[in-house]
Design a protein around this ligand. Sequence first.
Ligand code: HEC
Length: 158
Amino acid sequence: MSRFSLLAVAFASAATLLSAQDAPPAEVMTKGQQVYMQVCFACHQPTGLGLPGMFPPLASSDWASAQKPDRLIRMVLHGVTGPITLNGKPFTTPAPIMPPQGAALNDDQIASVLTYVRNSFGNKGSTVTADQVKTIREAEKARAAMWTQAELDKIPVN
Ligand code: HEC
């Protein structure tokens, strides 16, 4: 390999690294915030802090900032039920149910709202694409039940 192409490779990988950490496009964040303020805010609150003992916070949440969004997409599509741990501690609520949104929200809306959540409230995560949501919606199309943490734990996020 010539010195020039080595340099080109170095530049290309630096660019990939940079873009992986870039802030998501503003229009995606705006769209995501709109969906958040229609659907998620009622429980997780506009601040993303949730309600103690009732709804878990999305701020500084290990779920929200996971490297890959594969669990988050499934949670929004089909909902979640049963006890969960958050940042390594049990989150206790008398109503451990997050309702499914797969019928109400399209792939683009789910991608935007998750991008918003992953890049708000102090979180920093990759942009979620409508294609990622579409692929998981297709892969899980036989599913009707809400997810439990035991099942979600089997979905890799690294
Ligand atoms: C009706 C209330 C409700 C709505 C609406 C709701 N959630 Fe939740 N959410 C919950 C509850 C309750 C849990 C914990 C579920 C459990 O304990 O099984 C949860 C858990 C979560 C978690 C994992 C725990 C954490 O705090 O990080 C994420 C991420 C999440 N919700 C994101 C969302 C997003 C994004 C939306 C909107 C698309 C949304 N939720 C809508 C109630 C809700």
